[in-house]
Design a protein around this ligand. Structure first.
Ligand SMILES: Nc1nc2c(ncn2[C@@H]2O[C@H](COP(=O)(O)OP(=O)(O)O)[C@@H](O)[C@H]2O)c(=O)[nH]1
Ligand SMILES: [Mg+2]
Length: 142
């Protein structure tokens, strides 16, 4: 499996996505630091939102095969302009919480990722597991 760094705002669904990906029990746990779980690096949303720890994400991206930007389609949190071009590996978009979003919200989330040059976009619901066949393909998971 490819090594993946999960980034995105607080509550975007990074840790739940990681639990589903690794077939772990889905349970809420606050992410306090960059943490490695097998081939998955989870990160606190504050690293993404505050900007203060941006360098930590950037440095970590040198050590992975792909960065996944997770986006909650039911919110309108900003994506920092041009962030993907600051990273040294490919970036994919993951729209989470598909079961909670309207078709329009899902379309808007895709469009926002596309505006940032992220055209490889997966739409998932980590609680139900919807969309994870494609995740497994993209991340070369058996
Ligand atoms: N229905 C649904 N809820 C989700 C999904 N992803 C995350 N959540 C919920 O959103 C909240 C925040 O998720 P979490 O994974 O901790 O976000 P993080 O801060 O990005 O790690 C939790 O209550 C999750 O149960 C999803 O795909 N579908
Ligand atoms: Mg988390």
């Amino acid at each position: 499996m490819k090594k993946v760094l999960l980034v995105g705002g607080v509550g975007a669904g990074k840790s739940t996505f990681r639990q589903r990906l690794l077939a772990e029990p889905i349970e809420y746990a606050k992410t306090q630091a960059l943490e490695l779980f097998g081939q998955v690096v989870d990160s606190p949303g504050e690293y993404w939102e505050g900007g203060r720890f941006w360098h930590a994400l950037q440095t970590t991206s040198c050590d992975v095969d792909v960065v996944a930007l997770l986006l909650d389609p039911t919110t309108t949190a900003r994506i920092p302009a041009g962030f993907a071009s600051c990273l040294s590996c490919p970036v994919i978009g993951v729209v989470t919480k598909s079961a909670l979003a309207t078709p329009r919200q899902l379309e808007t989330a895709r469009a926002r990722l596309s505006q940032e040059g992220i055209d490889s976009v997966l739409v998932v619901d980590s609680v139900s597991g919807e969309g994870f066949e494609s995740v497994r393909e993209v991340l070369c998971l058996e």
